[in-house]
Write a protein that binds this ligand. Structure first.
Ligand code: PMV
Length: 349
């Protein structure tokens, strides 16, 4: 039967991990559980167009436009990814596919776009499957599947599927959690975290020298790896406790510890490398001084790059933003005022 041409579109946000996923095994499975806030302003929008193939070619037929322009490097990456998931979506071989994707933030702004881009694409694929076969799933089942599919593209992307906050990875504290997909986790945590701010300070826009794929790989030869995974599990348990209680001080201590440990692992890896910039350190020191003198609950975290994320509750937004503008902006070339968001949104054409 011939299927009418059609398209599906999703907007999906980036996320910021507080307990970091760093080190994996098997088919993109994490070595430890992670927890993240879903962001709001940093998102990707992806449209998947499909028409039935006329020839008998069984390969993946893909056109890929990024920010409106053909992009061969991205097309090859996405094609490989789609080929790797034809066991889940065999129907992908029957279509000519055209993907258009764009980001709300400038490309190579030093912001990881794999979480937003891969989650948006995974949601499109699950919507296409639903349009073709219309299986009667509830929203949570649909999202778990999208999270599973996103994970295979980029591990951290599996956490972008849900509003506000998510957990990925088996652990003794949260029974519903899984290594295979992330689950939503906001009803359980104190409301102070439902509107948390996360301002991304961009100190350097250049693309990072070592990809996160290579970074995960280097954990395999890292002599601290097992201790790190043990520490991550312990910190995960402590963070969950702090999130439930609304204990900002414990939240901040663990969050900052995680950021520094992530970079410590890079420095301690068999091929050592450093992704921090002098201004990363300047920002961290100014922030910690400000916290010590003002007593305000304002903290930082880092992704696998030099750009600090500044975290604070909405109740101190005015003071915090005044401090960031006044004392931190001199160290960055740009910044994005972001906060905890409502998760992905299906777009109508
Ligand atoms: O999803 P990946 O393979 O790009 O790994 C990202 C890992 C970190 O962003 C550094 C941490 C995390 O949990 O998001």
């Amino acid at each position: 039967t011939k299927i009418e041409p059609g398209s599906v579109s999703w907007r999906s946000p980036s996320n910021i991990a507080l307990i970091k996923y760093w080190g994996k095994h098997g088919r993109q499975l994490p070595q430890n559980p992670s927890f993240s806030f879903t962001l709001d302003q940093a998102f990707s929008e992806t449209t998947l167009e499909y028409t039935t193939k006329t020839g008998a070619d069984q390969g993946i037929a893909l056109e890929f436009l990024f920010e409106g322009k053909e992009n061969d490097a991205f097309r090859e990456k996405v094609k490989k990814y789609l080929e790797s998931i034809t066991d889940i979506f065999p129907f992908l071989r029957q279509f000519n596919l055209k993907i258009r994707s764009s980001n709300s933030f400038p490309h190579s702004a030093g912001i990881a776009s794999s979480a937003s881009g891969m989650s948006a694409l995974a949601l499109c694929l699950c919507s296409l499957e639903y349009e073709l076969f219309g299986t009667l799933e509830d929203d949570l089942a649909f999202r778990k599947k999208a999270s599973y599919v996103a994970r295979l593209g980029s591990g951290s992307a599996c956490r972008s599927i849900y509003a506000k906050a998510a957990i990925w990875g088996d652990n003794p504290e949260v029974e519903a959690a899984s290594d295979l997909y992330a689950i939503p986790y906001w009803e359980e945590i104190d409301p102070v975290f439902h509107s948390f701010h996360d301002d991304i300070l961009i100190v350097n826009k250049s693309e990072k020298k070592v990809s996160s794929r290579a970074g995960h790989g280097l954990m395999e030869g890292n002599v601290y790896a097992e201790d790190r995974y043990r520490q991550a599990r312990q910190r995960f348990r402590q963070l969950i406790g702090a999130l439930k209680k609304g204990d900002l001080e414990t939240f901040g201590r663990i969050t900052e510890g995680e950021a520094l440990t992530l970079h410590a692992m890079m420095m301690a890896s068999p091929t050592p490398y450093l992704l921090l910039h002098p201004n990363t350190i300047n920002i961290i020191q100014r922030l910690q001084d400000y916290r010590a003198t003002s007593g305000q609950p304002i903290y930082f975290t880092l992704d696998a790059g030099p750009n600090p994320h500044i975290l604070y509750p909405d109740s101190i937004a005015r003071e915090a933003q005044q401090f960031i503008r006044g004392e931190l902006s001199e160290f960055c070339v740009d910044w994005i005022e972001d906060q905890v968001g409502e998760g992905p949104l299906q777009l109508e054409e």
